[in-house]
Design a protein around this ligand. Structure first.
Ligand code: HAM
Length: 434
C-alpha cells in the first residue's frame, strides 16, 4: 500500500492520459492562433479581491468554492477558480487597452474549486479558454461561439452537445428584472429550497436555474426577462442569433440560462451534454461588458468562454476516439561489459540526434535479462553489443517480432536502423532555433 495518495478531488495525469491533453491542446491552439488569439498565463493565485469583486461574493464559487490562503505576510490569496478575472486584471496591469481592439487572448491552465468531487467535477481541473476584449459588436459573440463549435467539430464530438443561449441584458435591464423577481417571490419563500431562499436575498437571478423541482415550477411561472429587456439588448441578442444562423450553428434559446458568475451581460451560452443537460456542461461563457471598468479601466466590452478539459477528454474516450501520439520506442540497446556499454552510450546519443526513439537500460547483468526487458518495452528492434561484437567492431540488430538477426558494422548501425524504422517514424528537432 502506498503511504500517500492524491488529495480528495485531485488526480494524477498519467502518461496515457497526457496523450489526450496534448492532442486537445494542439487542436485548440490551432483554432485559437488561426483567429488571432495569443496565449496568456496568469499566476495560479491572485489577491483574493480579484475574484471576490470580479465574480461577485454572492456567487456559489466565491461563497463556497474558493481555496483561500494567507501567505507569511498575512496577504489574502486565492487559487484561481476561473480564468477571466485574472486575465482582465493582467489586461489592465499591462496597459493592453492601448493595443488594437479587440485584444484576443487564450489560456490553457489548471483551476481550483472546492466542489463536491463527482464525475466530471474536480477540485483541480483544467480549462482552455479565450477572451476577446474591447469590441461590443454582436458579430464577435458569434465568432467566439463559432470557435468553440469548430473545436468540438475538429474533435468529432460536436454531435454530443446542444448549444444553449440566452441574454442577460445590460445592467439597467437586470436591475429592473431583479425588482420584478423580488416582488414575485414575496410570500413564496417557504416553497423554495434552502439555497434559493439564500439566493433570493443575494442574487435572485440564480433562482431561475435551480435544479430543485419545486423551485423549477415557481421559476417557470416567474416574470420573463424578455419583458424587461431594453430595445438595444433585444437587438444585440437578435443580431447574435442571426449571425449564428448565418454560420450554420444550431442553438436552443434557454431563458433559464443565467450562468454562475456575476460579471455576465447580454449573451451567455453553454454547451450541454445532450444526455445529461446542465449537469455536466462541457463549456460556457458570455459577455462581460462591465468587468474591465469594475477593475478600474475605461468602459470596455468583452466576451469569452472556457471549456473543462477533463470533461472534453471524457467525451472523447466515451466516443472511442483514439489519439495519435509520438510515444513509440523503436530500439532497445543491450550491451555487456564496460567497453560495450561505452559503445552503446555513443550509439544511443547518435540515434537520438537523428530522431530515433531508443533506450538502453544497460543495468542488467545478463544479455537474456536485457532482451527480456526489450520485450517488455515492446520495441520492434534491439541492438546487441557483446564482447565479440566489440572486438569485431560490429553489433547484432535483432527484429524482435521475427527473432531474425543480422550482424552490422558498428559505423553503419545508425543508417541501417533508420532504414528499418522508416523516416516517417523519426522524432527530429526541426523546430530548434538554428
Ligand atoms: P464556468 O462555466 O464556470 O465558466 O467553467 C467553464 C467550464 O469549466 C465548465 O463548463 C466545466 O466544463 C469546467 N469546470 C468548471 N468547474 C469544474 C470542476 N469543478 N471540475 C471539472 N470541470 C469544471 C468560467 O469559468 C468562465 N470563466 C468562462 C468564461 C470565460 N466566461 C467568459 N470568459
Amino acid at each position: 500500500m502506498a503511504k500517500f495518495q492524491t488529495p480528495r478531488g485531485t488526480f494524477d495525469i498519467l502518461p496515457e492520459d497526457h496523450v489526450y491533453y496534448s492532442y486537445l491542446k494542439k487542436v485548440c491552439r490551432h483554432r485559437f492562433r488561426q483567429s488571432g488569439f495569443r496565449r496568456i498565463s496568469t499566476p495560479i493565485f491572485e489577491d483574493s479581491e480579484v475574484f471576490r469583486q470580479g465574480l461577485g461574493d454572492t456567487t456559489d464559487i466565491i461563497s463556497k468554492e474558493t481555496y483561500d490562503l494567507q501567505d507569511k505576510k498575512g496577504r489574502n490569496l486565492t487559487l484561481k477558480p476561473e480564468g477571466t478575472a485574472g486575465v482582465v486584471r493582467a489586461y489592465l496591469e499591462h496597459n493592453m487597452d492601448s493595443l488594437p481592439k479587440p485584444t484576443l487572448l487564450y489560456y490553457l491552465e489548471p483551476h481550483f474549486r472546492y466542489d463536491r468531487p463527482q464525475r466530471g467535477r474536480f477540485r483541480q481541473f483544467h480549462q482552455f479558454g479565450i477572451e476577446a476584449i474591447g469590441e461590443s459588436d454582436p458579430s464577435i459573440d458569434a465568432q467566439v461561439i463559432y470557435i468553440l463549435h469548430k473545436i468540438l467539430t475538429d474533435l468529432t464530438i460536436r454531435d454530443r452537445f446542444a448549444l444553449q443561449i440566452n441574454t442577460l441584458g445590460n445592467k439597467e435591464d437586470r436591475k429592473e428584472y431583479r425588482e420584478a423577481l423580488l416582488s414575485y417571490y414575496i410570500g413564496k419563500e417557504r416553497n423554495l429550497c434552502d439555497d434559493c431562499r439564500e439566493r433570493l436575498k443575494k442574487n435572485p437571478l440564480r433562482l431561475l436555474d435551480c435544479k430543485n423541482e419545486d423551485c423549477q415550477i415557481l421559476a417557470s411561472l416567474a416574470p420573463k426577462f424578455e419583458d424587461y429587456l431594453s430595445d438595444e439588448s433585444k437587438q444585440h441578442y437578435q443580431d447574435v442569433k442571426d449571425f449564428l444562423d448565418e454560420l450554420g450553428i444550431e442553438y436552443q434559446e434557454n431563458a433559464q440560462l443565467v450562468r454562475g458568475l456575476d460579471y455576465y451581460t447580454h449573451t451567455v451560452f453553454e454547451f450541454w451534454d445532450k444526455t445529461e443537460g446542465a449537469q455536466n456542461a462541457i463549456g460556457g461563457g458570455g459577455r462581460y461588458d462591465g468587468l474591465v471598468e469594475m477593475f478600474g479601466g475605461n468602459p470596455t466590452p468583452a466576451i469569452g468562454w472556457a471549456i473543462g478539459v477533463e470533461r472534453v477528454i471524457n467525451h472523447m474516450k466515451e466516443a472511442g476516439i483514439k489519439v495519435q501520439n509520438k510515444n513509440h520506442l523503436e530500439v532497445f540497446i543491450a550491451g555487456l561489459g564496460k567497453v560495450a556499454k561505452q559503445k552503446c552510450l555513443k550509439l544511443l546519443a547518435d540515434l537520438h540526434d537523428r530522431g530515433v526513439q531508443s533506450i538502453g537500460a544497460l543495468g542488467k547483468p545478463s544479455m537474456k535479462d536485457q532482451l527480456r526487458q526489450a520485450d517488455r518495452f515492446g520495441t520492434p528492434f534491439a541492438v546487441i553489443i557483446g564482447e565479440i561484437e566489440v572486438k569485431e567492431g560490429t553489433a547484432i540488430l535483432r527484429d524482435m517480432a521475427t527473432g531474425e538477426q543480422e550482424v552490422v558494422p558498428y559505423e553503419d548501425l545508425v543508417d541501417v536502423i533508420i532504414e528499418c524504422v522508416g523516416e516517417d517514424n523519426l522524432d527530429t528537432a526541426d523546430f530548434l532555433v538554428k
